[in-house]
Write a protein that binds this ligand. Sequence first.
Ligand code: FAD
Length: 284
Amino acid sequence: MIPSTFDYQVAESVDHAVELLGEAGPGAKLLAGGHSLIPMMKLRFARPTLLVDIARIGDLSYIRDAGDVIAIGACTRHHDLHHSSLLDEACPIVSHAAGLIGDPQVRHKGTIGGSVAHGDPASDLPAVLLALGAEFVLNGPGGSSRTVAASDFWTGVFETAAAPGEVLTEILVPKFGPAAGWSYLKFNRRAQDWGIVAVAAVVERSNGAIGSARVALANKGPTVLRAVAVEAALAVAGQKAIPGAAALAPEGTSPPSDTNATAEFRRHLAEVLVRRAVEASMGS
Ligand code: FAD
């Protein structure tokens, strides 16, 4: 289908993008890689009156060592995340998961900021960023800036805590300590698809046992979700409890049924993938 008519402006800076959004009002939308927004527009699920193109703002594309965290500019593309030696060393689950997104074309255009802001519960990077306890920096009118935790960011299907006039500018990812283990498992039919279910696990090991575990699920409800029952069971009983803890993975989820899988199959997949992901984290 052909999108409904819209105007188009190129933002030269974050302030300029905020200004353009403010002038145009709620009908305006930011355009980054366009790999989620343009398909939505073609289906007429989205009908923005103005697209503000932020993809050419060079200083929104970077991966930097910022002390305890890695700071990632919102317009950094999936391809660059995947090939970042800094991320590979300090937080390898991000570069690994970025390499599993779509196909090379998608990874060369799509951005981490677009993935976060789009709020698709099936997306890869949001699940990983939730498991990591990442933070998101939002810039708004009058030079305002605020930081929102990943756990507070996604509020519903394609809904986030970002206000209409705000631009997501930076993603802050905690660095792994020496005792951290991780795994990201994505179950799909074709390599380039979204996960039917995906699981991100980050485990802090203590003397070869589980110290603490953070587990996040994609495509198991209206937003990416923390598997809190699994985390609590692992905190109490440790490594021997992995199968029993994994059996709690469906708790608190409301997976969809669609052409790829029934909700029941997704519940089964979550249990299997959580067990494998936590076991792999202990060995990684
Ligand atoms: P856009 O499409 O430009 O924008 C998406 C939304 O975010 C829009 O509402 C836009 O206004 C908003 N936005 C963008 N940037 C900002 C910002 N900085 N601040 C505030 N709001 C902003 N994703 C996966 O996770 N896994 C997959 O396997 C996968 N496969 C794909 C396969 C195909 C064929 C395609 C087309 C896409 C696929 N995707 C997949 C989605 C892809 O990762 C998108 O690139 C990503 O979801 C959105 O990033 P974008 O830069 O393209 O954002």
